[in-house]
Design a protein around this ligand. Structure first.
Ligand code: NDP
Length: 374
């Protein structure tokens, strides 16, 4: 996609306090791409807590979650998170999508110590907050991090959500770190998309041996990111060629579907090996059954599966995106050290947000999709 630069509204003053509206893409109801609406009159973000900052968005990154949220995925659970006591009469609409932001701090709450106005920052925006397809966004300072100096805003906006998810799955859930990866054998199911591309690079930087499944036409792409061994899932069932390989210490599953049926047999038994899947029914359950029953269902499902696999000597876990400025600080160091590079597949301008969603909806990602806001 061709991208046009420059804000439709011209330069913004140094203080945002007098501003009440801003340009944004919003949805007023869940649905297809027709639900996306551009407005110059979206509510201007307000600092409600002293640890919050307002960021002027230069570039926004999209994720598969944005398309699913547009369709209504997670609506009940995220509404509950937005308004736990159900005291606000207003709904979540107009809702602004977009989980990744790279931009500049325009205003800081009174308790914010680590950031100042004009700092260049990046962040992954939690799904229950208003997103980055707007000129400004308000975030907690602990969700924000200084962006890597070696990246443009466009490149930086392609990183936070997918890289934080890869980090959360590998480090928090999988127990991996730069100090314990040497010689470990890791399998990434679905290595050519947003999460996979960052997972490959992190693991290679930490010294692991990385096997990846992807389409045949993505093989050179994932090898370029460091993958040691590549299995083409379009050539037939991957469990056969994968089963012929030495067993793995950790499997990161970005694919879901029937992977759980066969993938755990590929792990080394009785030595702490883990299967971490990012494709879970967590939000579907809470949407369908309500928060209390949905959480009970989630706990029962994950406990049953964990136990079933534990008796065979392997661990079964669900992985999640976790918003964290400090994790982004660590990722920034890896970027500035040349260990992680960004893979922007497509860049759209602010007027082309529906086209960006259309592209996301087609799937087959080879990296990330970015929207230039200003
Ligand atoms: P992307 O859409 O960026 O990438 C998915 C990739 O997988 C594409 O490159 C696709 O390419 C490839 N692929 C599709 N089918 C297969 C298959 N059977 N085997 C191997 N590769 C395949 O998605 P993300 O990387 O951003 O996210 C991955 C998954 O993780 C998504 O399901 C997402 O919803 C989930 N996720 C969950 C989070 C959580 O908090 N639990 C957070 C973030 C993501 P091609 O089709 O051309 O092969």
């Amino acid at each position: 996609a061709v991208c046009c630069h420059g804000s439709p509204n011209g330069p913004v003053s140094t203080t945002t306090r007098s501003m009440t509206v801003m340009p944004a893409w919003v949805i007023d109801k869940y649905g297809s791409n027709e639900a996306l609406r551009f407005t110059k009159n979206a509510g201007f973000p307000v600092i409600n807590y002293p640890n919050e900052v307002i960021v002027r968005v230069h570039s926004a990154g999209l994720n598969p979650l944005d398309v699913r949220m547009r369709d209504g995925y997670g609506s009940a659970s995220l509404s509950m998170k937005r308004d736990p006591l159900n005291i606000k009469s207003s709904s979540e609409f107009p809702l602004i999508l977009g989980r990744d932001v790279s931009g500049v701090i325009m205003e800081c709450g009174l308790d914010v110590k680590y950031f100042r106005e004009w700092d260049e920052v990046w962040a992954a925006i939690p799904p229950w907050k208003q997103g980055s397809l707007a000129e400004f966004v308000v975030l907690s300072a602990n969700e924000v991090s200084h962006k890597p100096k070696s990246m443009s805003h466009r490149e930086a906006a392609a990183v936070p959500y997918a890289a934080s998810t890869a980090w959360s799955a590998l480090v928090n859930t999988g127990g991996l770190s730069k100090d314990n990866c040497a010689k470990k054998r890791i399998l990434i199911l679905g290595g050519s998309g947003g999460v996979g591309t960052f997972a490959i690079q992190m693991l290679k930087a930490w010294g692991a041996h990385v096997t990846v499944t992807c389409s045949q036409n993505a093989e050179l792409f994932v090898r370029g990111l460091g993958a040691d061994h590549v299995v083409d899932y379009t050539a037939g069932p991957v469990e056969e060629p994968l089963g012929a390989l030495e067993k793995f210490d950790l499997i990161l599953d970005n694919v879901g579907g029937d992977t759980e049926r066969w993938a755990l047999t590929l792990l080394k038994p009785w030595c702490g090996a883990k299967f971490v899947t990012l494709v879970t029914p967590f939000l579907q359950n809470t949407d369908r059954l309500g928060i209390a029953d949905g959480m009970m269902q989630n706990a029962a499902t994950v406990a049953t599966k964990a136990l079933k696999h534990l008796v065979k000597g392997v661990h079964y876990r669900w992985g999640f995106f976790v918003p964290s400025g400090p994790v982004l600080d660590e990722i920034r160091e890896m970027v500035d050290a040349g260990q992680i590079r960004t893979v922007v597949e497509d860049t759209f301008c602010f007027s082309q947000v529906p086209e960006a969603f259309e592209k996301m909806e087609k799937g087959h990602a080879r990296g990330k999709t970015v929207v230039q806001i200003s």
